[in-house]
Design a protein around this ligand. Structure first.
Ligand code: ADP
Length: 502
C-alpha cells in the first residue's frame, strides 16, 4: 500500500511547492514591477529637475551679468543711449531694452513705439517704492511678455529702471544649448514654452515618447522641461522587458522542475521494473538449468545401473546426454557472456571466415531436438557467400539463441527455415518460424536485457530474457545489426545482417 502512495505524495508535495513558488513569484513580480517603474520615474524626475535647475541658474546668471555690466556703464557721467547700444552689442540675449528714470522719462529706446510705451508703463506700475530706493531685480509679466525689471542705483541720472526682454533665439543659442546640449545617453531633454511647444531639444525627438515634465523657476515661468526617452527605453518598456525575462526564466524553472519530476518518476519505475525482471531472471535461469540437469542425471543413472536392454536404446540415451549437456553449456554460456557484457569484460576475437560452416554446425547440434519435436527444417545457403569478419563461437551462440527461440515460440507451428544469402554489401543469416509471432509494440523491447513478452508465461515457455540481448550485442560487435519481421499468430523472421568482406 505504501509503495504507490509514497511517490504520489512526494510528487504532489513538490508540485504544490512549485505552485506556491509560482504564485508568490508572480505576486512579488507584480509588486516589483510597480516599485521599479516608480523608481525609474523618480530617477527620470531627478534628472529632469536637475536639468531644469541648471537651465534656470544659467538664465539667472546671464541676466545678473548683463545687469551688472549695464550698472557699471551707468556709473559713467556720460551714460546715454550710445552706451546702451554698445552694451547691447555685447549682450545679445535681450531683444528689447527699456530704460527710464524715477520721473518716468524714457532714456532708451530713443524712439518709443506704442507697444514699448505700454510695456514701460506696466513696468513702472509694478515697481515698488522699496525697489526704487534699494535697487534689485524681479521678473514681471508686462503686456504678455516676460520682462526682467531691475533698478540700478548710482547713475548720474538717479535710480534707473531697466526692463530687459529676452530674445528667444538668443536664449536657445546662448543658454539652453550650453546647459542641455551636452546631455549624454539616450534620453532627450526639451524645453516647452507656455503653449507646450518645444522651443529647444537636446536631440531630435521623432519617435521618442515624453516621460514627464517639470516646471522651471521664476526666470522661465509657465515653461516646462520635458524628458523624452526613445521608443522601448521608457521606464514602462524597460520594466515590462525585465518582467518578461523574469517570467520566462521562471517558466523555464518550472519546466525544468516538471521535467525533473517526470524523469525521476520514469527512472524510479524503470528501476523497479529492472528489479522485478532480475528476480524473474534468477528464477527462470534456475529452472532452465534444472531441466537438462535432471534429464542428464536420470539417463546417466539408468545407464549406470545397466538397465538399458539394447544397444540402440543405449545410443539414444548417450545422444540425450550429449544434447542436454550442450543445452546446459549454452544456458551457462549465455549467463556468463551476459555478465561479461554487463561488466564490460566481453571481448571478441575477429577473423575473416564464412558463415556457412557455422550455420551447419549449429544446425547439427539442434538436429536431434528438432527431429524429436517433429520440426520440419528448411535450409537454404546461397553458394559463394562472401566472407565476413567474425568471432565463430560468438556467432554460433547468436544463431543458437535464435534457433532455440524459434523452437520455443513455435506454438503449434512445426516449420523452421534457416537461410544465408548475400544482399548488397551484407551477408544475411535468417531464422524464420511459423509460431506465435511478436506484436509490433514489442519488437524493439524484446532486445532489451531481461525483457520477455508478458513474461512469456502466456506463451507457455520459460526463459532468461537475455538471449536476444546477447544476439544484439554480438552482431553489433561484428559491425552488423539484427532485425525482426513478424506477424502475430503467423510467425517471426529474425535476420542477422553482417558486413561482407570484399
Ligand atoms: P527468452 O529467454 O525469454 O526467450 P529472449 O531474449 O531470447 O528471452 O527473447 C525475449 C522475448 O522475445 C521472449 O520472451 C519472447 O517473448 C520473444 N521472442 C523471442 N523470439 C521469438 C520468436 N521467434 N517468436 C515469438 N516471440 C519471440
Amino acid at each position: 500500500m505504501s509503495r504507490p502512495v509514497a511517490p504520489v505524495l512526494i510528487f504532489g508535495a513538490v508540485f504544490a511547492a512549485a505552485a506556491v513558488l509560482a504564485a508568490l513569484g508572480y505576486l512579488s513580480l507584480r509588486r516589483w514591477e510597480v516599485a521599479a517603474e516608480l523608481q525609474l520615474r523618480e530617477q527620470a524626475r531627478d534628472t529632469a529637475a536637475m536639468a531644469a535647475e541648471k537651465v534656470e541658474m544659467a538664465v539667472v546668471r546671464a541676466e545678473q551679468d548683463a545687469v551688472a555690466s549695464l550698472q557699471a556703464a551707468a556709473l559713467d557721467p556720460g551714460f546715454g543711449p550710445e552706451a546702451v547700444d554698445a552694451w547691447r552689442a555685447r549682450h545679445s540675449l535681450f531683444g528689447s531694452v527699456y530704460l527710464c528714470d524715477r520721473h518716468g522719462r524714457v532714456l532708451y529706446p530713443t524712439r518709443l513705439s506704442r507697444d514699448d510705451a505700454e510695456v514701460v508703463a506696466a513696468l513702472r506700475a509694478e515697481i515698488s517704492q522699496k525697489l526704487w530706493e534699494r535697487g534689485g531685480r524681479r521678473h514681471l509679466e508686462a503686456q504678455g511678455h516676460l520682462v526682467l525689471a531691475a533698478v540700478i542705483l548710482g547713475s548720474s541720472r538717479g535710480p534707473l529702471l531697466v526692463g530687459l526682454r529676452r530674445d528667444e533665439q538668443a536664449l536657445n543659442r546662448e543658454v539652453l544649448e550650453k546647459a542641455l546640449g551636452g546631455a549624454e545617453g539616450k534620453t532627450a531633454l526639451a524645453v516647452l514654452d507656455g503653449a507646450g511647444r518645444p522651443v529647444f531639444a537636446s536631440r531630435p525627438l521623432p519617435d521618442a515618447t515624453p516621460v514627464l515634465t517639470v516646471p522651471f523657476g521664476e526666470a522661465l515661468p509657465a515653461w516646462r522641461l520635458a524628458l523624452y526617452q526613445p521608443a522601448g527605453l521608457s521606464p514602462r518598456d524597460m520594466v515590462r522587458r525585465q518582467t518578461m525575462i523574469f517570467m520566462a526564466a521562471f517558466a523555464l524553472l518550472l519546466l525544468v522542475i516538471a521535467a525533473g519530476l517526470a524523469v525521476t518518476y520514469r527512472l524510479g519505475r524503470r528501476e523497479s521494473e529492472i528489479a522485478r525482471l532480475k528476480s524473474d531472471f534468477v528464477a527462470n535461469v534456475s529452472h532452465d538449468l534444472k531441466t537438462p540437469l535432471s534429464l542428464i542425471r536420470m539417463f546417466a543413472e539408468t545407464l549406470e545401473m545397466d538397465r538399458v536392454p539394447d544397444e540402440a536404446r543405449r545410443r539414444e540415451y548417450y545422444a540425450v546426454l550429449t544434447r542436454e549437456s550442450e543445452r546446459l553449456s549454452r544456458l551457462i554460456d549465455n549467463v556468463l557472456d551476459f555478465s561479461r557484457i554487463e561488466s564490460g569484460r566481453q571481448r571478441y576475437e575477429m577473423a575473416p571466415g564464412s558463415v556457412e560452416p557455422i550455420v551447419h554446425e549449429v544446425l547439427e547440434s539442434f538436429r536431434h531436438p528438432l527431429d524429436q519435436q517433429g520440426f520440419k527444417l528448411d535450409v537454404a545457403i546461397a553458394p559463394d557467400l562472401p566472407d565476413v569478419s567474425l568471432d565463430a563461437p560468438a556467432m554460433k551462440q547468436a544463431l543458437a539463441n535464435l534457433l532455440d527461440n524459434a523452437m520455443k515460440y513455435s506454438g503449434d507451428g512445426r516449420h523452421i527455415t534457416v537461410a544465408a544469402r548475400a544482399d548488397g554489401a551484407e551477408v544475411l543469416v535468417e531464422v524464420a518460424d511459423e509460431g506465435v509471432g511478436i506484436p509490433p509494440s514489442e519488437r524493439e523491447r524484446i532486445f532489451e536485457k531481461f525483457y520477455r513478452i508478458g513474461r512469456s508465461e502466456t506463451q507457455g515457455r520459460r526463459g532468461s530474457g537475455v538471449g536476444l540481448a546477447l544476439v544484439k550485442h554480438i552482431v553489433e560487435a561484428h559491425g552488423g545489426r539484427v532485425t525482426v519481421e513478424s506477424r502475430p499468430g503467423a510467425g517471426s523472421r529474425f535476420t542477422l545482417r553482417l558486413p561482407a568482406l570484399r
